[in-house]
Write a protein that binds this ligand. Structure first.
Ligand SMILES: *Cc1c(COP(=O)(O)O)cnc(C)c1O
Length: 456
């Protein structure tokens, strides 16, 4: 299996190379040259547990890692989950939710980042290399990435987050991790500042090379690959085809569902559920892809205007015409909008935007009907699923992307009488913390990295 960039100038990478590369040097996102098909094997994949299923499908993508080694890495990654099944499905009143949040940080990002941590450890040890991860987070990605690589010898991780602007619980999930390879960096600025500082640091190619910087955000193909697994697995549970509703921010999770469909898993439609940051809902409804300003909502993990993984979808939408895609991304970067109305995207996706009231109402009504407490992100999905259920085929599964205890304020806004808690989060309160506070300045970021690495 070889990987190429959506912008066409980077080609022929092995899986391991693509794992370490993150964003392609030409600015595009890496994608497999061919979609591995599972058609003939589908029947033999039915009825497997999640881990056994992952062991059958992941080798199709990671074919330059020895299969028995890959199996061990998969066991290690999913052995950290609190549920022996890794992923649990609950049939509630009128909806079925797929609980993806039983990993160490209680968000779906653990499913991919636990595996990524294992892959990094193996590949770096084998090559005798080091990697220094630089990431920016508005909350969930930072803690899940830290949980994936904490304590590893060949990796240091630097996470930038906006000081005082992530929730206290999310901050504690990062700053209480005692391992010396973890560096939490609170930036005096916004999340956008953090992301820009990260991009600027990666953009200094000499610095990037000298300090072996790598990325863990969902531009890394391995994250999408790991997410493809649960779509395939759920799709083979029973009646087929199935449809999914996915609370969407960076388009990484729902894109994995689209990819699973093209591999041949029996998936009908994917519902893209957004909050008030509705750029994707507008695109799927009228073909305009236009950036707005970021709204702060009850669902901060989805407060995103530019969904980086959307480029991977556009690549397929444009029939893999990398020149056309490059021109389109340039137009979008220059003007903040582009028109794609003339392109037919078939019926793979449906989309709708869910506002604050509808989110709270979904939390309330599911609780009233079944006693189950939704996290606000999942609630956005449930509200969208109820709106569009009549337009999709088969059983409709809502992806539950976080445990409600991660977002107690939103839960309290809907259900004042309920307090959402989780022992893993309660245990963080009062633990000692480590963080550095820096100004929103690239020199300060580089100094944190050089000093942090000098410790060894
Ligand atoms: C990251 C995240 C999302 C958005 O997922 P994307 O892959 O960025 O679309 C949704 N819900 C929660 C809880 C998340 O942490």
């Amino acid at each position: 299996m070889h990987y190429l960039s959506t912008r066409g100038d980077t080609r022929g990478l092995s899986f391991v190379d693509s794992l370490l590369t993150g964003l392609a040097p030409d600015g595009g996102l890496l994608i497999p040259e061919q979609i591995p098909a599972v058609g003939d094997e589908i029947d033999s994949l039915r009825g497997l547990d999640f881990v056994a299923f992952a062991k059958r499908v992941l080798p199709l993508f990671a074919d330059d890692i020895e299969t028995s080694t890959l199996h061990t890495l998969i066991d290690n990654a999913y052995g950290t989950f609190a549920s022996p099944d890794v992923i649990e499905i609950r049939e509630l009143c009128d909806v079925a939710v797929v609980e993806l949040f039983h990993g160490p940080t209680l968000a779906f990002k653990d499913v991919a980042l636990q595996l990524l941590g294992q892959l990094f450890a193996h590949v770096l040890a084998q090559r005798g290399e080091r990697l220094n991860i630089l990431g920016a987070t508005s909350g969930d990605t930072g803690s899940a990435a830290i949980a994936g690589v904490r304590g590893q010898d060949n990796v240091d991780i630097f996470i930038l987050y906006p000081n005082h602007r992530v929730s206290r619980l999310q901050e504690l999930q990062m700053t209480t991790v005692p391992d010396s390879n973890v560096h939490c960096v609170a930036v005096e600025g916004s999340f956008d500042d953090c992301q820009n500082l990260m991009k600027e640091t990666f953009g200094d190619l000499a610095f990037k090379q000298q300090y072996q910087l790598g990325a863990v955000n969902s531009v890394n193909w391995a994250r999408i690959m790991a997410q493809v697994i649960y779509y395939g697995w759920v799709s083979l549970r029973g009646v087929t085809p199935v449809s999914f509703c996915v609370p969407t921010g960076n388009f990484g999770n729902v894109f994995a569902g689209y990819f699973a469909k093209w591999m041949g898993f029996p998936i009908d439609s994917l519902i893209v559920a957004t909050n008030d940051n509705d750029i994707l809902a507008r695109f799927f409804n009228d073909g305009t892809y236009a950036r707005g300003s970021v709204h702060h909502t009850l669902t901060p993990a989805m407060d995103i205007q530019i969904a980086s993984n959307f480029e991977r979808y556009l690549y397929f939408l444009l029939n893999k015409d990398t020149d056309k895609l490059k021109a389109l991304m340039q137009e979008f970067a220059a003007t903040g909008s582009t028109q794609l109305a003339q392109i037919s995207y078939g019926d793979d996706f449906l989309a709708t935007a869910v506002d604050r009231d509808a989110t709270l109402e979904a939390i309330r009504s599911v609780h009233a009907q079944s006693g189950y407490v939704l996290d606000p992100h999942t609630a956005v999905g449930v509200a969208a699923a109820r709106r569009l259920a009549g337009s999709v085929a088969g059983p409709l599964y809502c992806m539950a992307t976080a445990h409600p205890a991660k977002f107690p304020e939103a839960v309290a806004a809907a259900l004042p009488e309920v307090s959402a808690t989780h022992p893993a989060l309660d245990a963080l309160v009062g633990m000692s913390e480590r963080k550095q506070v820096i100004p929103a300045d690239i020199k300060a970021v580089k100094a944190v990295i050089t000093k942090g690495l000098a410790r060894a």
